[in-house]
Design a protein around this ligand. Structure first.
Ligand SMILES: Nc1ncnc2c1ncn2[C@@H]1O[C@H](COP(=O)(O)OP(=O)(O)OP(=O)(O)O)[C@@H](O)[C@H]1O
Length: 259
């Protein structure tokens, strides 16, 4: 089967500000299938965001290779959307103009069909009537919905999400997870989702990649057999709790400070 994303023996070394080398990733192999939802979980500094930046083509691996649709990644590509921890909206633009901003930035103008699509996406993320508001008039959760809509404007095949809900309160966070599941159902994509939350990873993912502390390696890849569509009932499923415990043990055994 053709993979959508392949990391083959990827090692990433950075030079820190004092000139010493930092090995962020060591020999990482990762292969993602079409429309798969995969979460990366592991201790702080184990290279999760580095993996996203490599897939996005924002950095090049020191060793090994990253391929998308079997082609080497050499630069940022259009088929990828990114969502970060903070909404990163431009405060002087309306919500709608924020969603279309990447197109305006790239092509100098926005076509009517993209305006229409932006409105459709706004509707999809539950903010139909908020297009003309300024970002500061929206709550954190609403702003993050706008970021998600923005990342979907060019209908990317791949969505990279770097702790997108971590700045939100617990209730909004749960709500956003269900929202994301609904969007992913409506417009299936290959998603790589970075989180520190085992629950979030379990609720969302087909597979969970557990990483070891720096230098980051793939310590384990866990299949999540919970049936879809997932809902509040999933959170009460005994399998969910068993798996959460199992993953907790795995994460902490790779991170002895918490053992
Ligand atoms: N541009 C850079 N220059 C130097 N070191 C870097 C650079 N980018 C990342 N690093 C280092 O590489 C390691 C991995 O960083 P990365 O941000 O990928 O980890 P992470 O798992 O996403 O962490 P967190 O969970 O805290 O967000 C860290 O030690 C970080 O300090």
């Amino acid at each position: 089967m053709q993979h959508v994303i392949d990391l083959n023996a990827v090692t990433q070394t950075f030079v820190s500000s004092d000139g010493s080398p930092v090995t962020a990733l060591q020999g990482v192999d990762l292969h993602l299938r079409r429309h798969e939802f995969v979460s990366l979980i592991g201790p702080s500094g184990c290279g999760k965001s580095t993996i996203l930046r490599l897939i996005a083509g924002l950095i090049k691996p020191s060793q090994g290779e990253v391929r998308i649709f079997d082609l080497p990644v050499t630069e940022p590509r259009d088929e990828i959307g990114m969502v970060f921890q903070k909404p990163t909206l431009l405060p002087w633009l309306s919500v709608l103009d924020n969603i279309t901003f990447p197109m305006r930035h790239k092509y100098g103008h926005v076509e009517m069909k993209e305006e229409a699509r932006a409105k459709q996406l706004l509707d999809m993320v539950g903010l139909k009537d908020f297009g003309h508001k300024q970002p500061h008039e929206l709550s954190g959760g609403m702003q993050q919905r706008v970021s998600i809509a923005r990342s979907l404007l060019h209908d990317p095949d791949i969505l990279l999400m770097d702790e997108p809900f971590s700045a939100l309160d617990a209730l909004t966070r749960d709500e956003m997870s269900f929202e994301l599941l609904r969007i992913w159902n409506e417009r299936p994509k290959t998603v790589v989702f970075v989180t520190h939350s085992i629950q979030e990873a379990l609720l969302l993912s087909d597979r969970i990649v557990v990483m070891s502390a720096r230098p980051g390696r793939v310590a384990d890849i866990i299949d999540v057999p919970l049936p879809r569509p997932r809902s509040l009932a999933t959170l009460a499923d005994p399998v969910f709790h068993e798996m959460a415990n199992e993953i907790r043990v795995k994460v902490f055994s790779k991170h002895p400070a918490h053992a």
